[in-house]
Design a protein around this ligand. Sequence first.
Ligand SMILES: [Zn+2]
Length: 236
Amino acid sequence: MNEPFLLSNLIELQEIDNKIYKLEVDKKGSESVEKLMALESEFNEVNKKIESQKTIMGSYFKDIEEISKTSNSILQKISSINIKLEDKSLDANELLNYTKQKESSQSQVSQLEKKKNIHDRNNEDEIKEMQLLNESLNDVKQDLINTSKLVKDEWMVIDEKLSLYELEKKEFLTNFPLKIQELYDDLKTRGVDVVAAYKLENNQCGCCGVDLTTSELDAISATEFQQCPYCDGVLV
Ligand SMILES: [Zn+2]
């Protein structure tokens, strides 16, 4: 003869479910997870500020880029003149010509350098602000990386525990009569939070907390699985 199935086994199952639920809550809401979320929004915030600072400094960046492009192409020209100047077969005229070209190019580069310095001076405050924003972005990034690692480690520990509880639950549930397994699946599918509980003092349903009348209690005892008419939880 099979051992009679005790509805109180469902309560033990519910206890495993509670532990799983608590771990899932911990997983979503730990201090590190909250810090991670705060850092993510800080990161977006700083990024937004950098974007608007870029807009404010639009013409400065355009000018600087222009200067740097021109300056680079002149520097390239100088290095090709230098190669030509190494040629021992140059006559005096060519030598003079290249040397003049080189001097003129060098003076252009130093003019551009001065122009850049003037731009920098005129935009000193904006440049400083941009530096500060970039520094704080880097700080937040570093913090984000460290906190992500922390969360990952925490989750690994929680996931290990979770899989143990899931296994325990599965083994436990397989030993239940099929009808009870179906009842459990049905209640879970319907989103019943507390599947089974003991009756509380003052005739309250242990699953949903509703006050039950004596006739309701009698009716519950008469049902196949002692289910509360309000929450469908099994009342033991
Ligand atoms: Zn109930």
